[in-house]
Write a protein that binds this ligand. Structure first.
Ligand code: AP5
Ligand code: MG
Length: 210
């Protein structure tokens, strides 16, 4: 199964990708996570991407397309994968097509902008393994500590309210047109993001079947 998760920043793509990759036993590929890892290691690509991420802007297409080409060429992607946060622009979607990759389903997780703002302010991520939490909706067993690997939970810099508004604007302008792009191919399914993560997962898994 080759799957794309589409949706606004904070719609729950990463959260769903984590659950679904365990259920379907295929890797979740998040361009955001790959870039943040490069950033923390201080690689050239990470440094190049930093100013865009901090400003809530998209990293240039050629950089992320390069990342995806590398990642999808790895052995663990041969039986399928879940793309979380890619493609984000029409040229990125066209690049995926040009690579000869046949996507089975595109799940668009819809969450209204007002709800997004609340979700982002409460999000905490594990410094080490990247697992995602929410202070209210998905709290870790121990405050500030990752359930999976015991490392410290931190708040992402780009979850600052002003940056979130910028990211939402970028989403509506540059990423939302992908809904029409994939709808025209007949592979788009819309899932209304629910208050409960498990309810959203149930709808997503159902959308994979039809
Ligand atoms: P990226 O890391 O991909 O960020 P994003 O898409 O902007 O969105 P998020 O990761 O914030 O949202 P999400 O949908 O994964 O939400 P989550 O599950 O965490 O990208 C970061 C940056 O990298 C971009 O701004 C850009 O600069 C660059 N970049 C990355 N890919 C790129 C590309 N292809 N092209 C160009 N640039 C690129 O959920 C959010 C919160 O809500 C969590 O706290 C979670 O616990 C909570 N939550 C989740 N589900 C629910 C629920 N059902 N109910 C209540 N709370 C919930
Ligand atoms: Mg994410």
């Amino acid at each position: 199964m080759k799957l794309i998760l589409l949706g606004a920043p904070g719609a729950g793509k990463g959260t769903q990708a984590e659950v679904i990759c365990n259920k379907l036993n295929i890797p979740a590929v998040s361009t955001g996570n790959i870039i943040r890892e490069a950033l923390s290691k201080g690689t050239e690509m990470g440094l190049k991407a930093k100013s865009y991420i901090d400003a809530g802007q998209l990293v240039p297409d050629d950089v992320v397309i390069g990342i995806i080409k590398d990642r999808l060429g790895k052995d663990d992607c041969s039986n399928g994968f879940i793309l979380d946060g890619f493609p984000r622009t029409i040229p990125q979607a066209e690049a995926l097509d040009a690579m000869g990759i046949d996507i089975d389903r595109v799940i668009d997780i819809e969450v209204p902008d007002e709800k997004i703002i609340a979700r982002m302010s409460g999000r905490r991520v594990c410094k080490s393994c990247g697992a995602t939490y929410h202070t209210e909706y998905k709290a870790p067993a121990m405050d500030g500590v990752c359930d999976v690997c015991d490392a410290e939970l931190i708040q992402r810099k780009d979850d600052h309210p002003d940056t979130v508004l910028e990211r939402l604007e970028v989403y509506h302008k540059q990423t939302e047109p992908l809904k029409d792009y994939y709808s025209a191919k007949g592979i788009l399914r819309v899932v209304e993001g629910q208050e409960d993560v498990a309810d959203t997962t149930a709808l997503t898994l159902k959308a994979l079947e039809d």
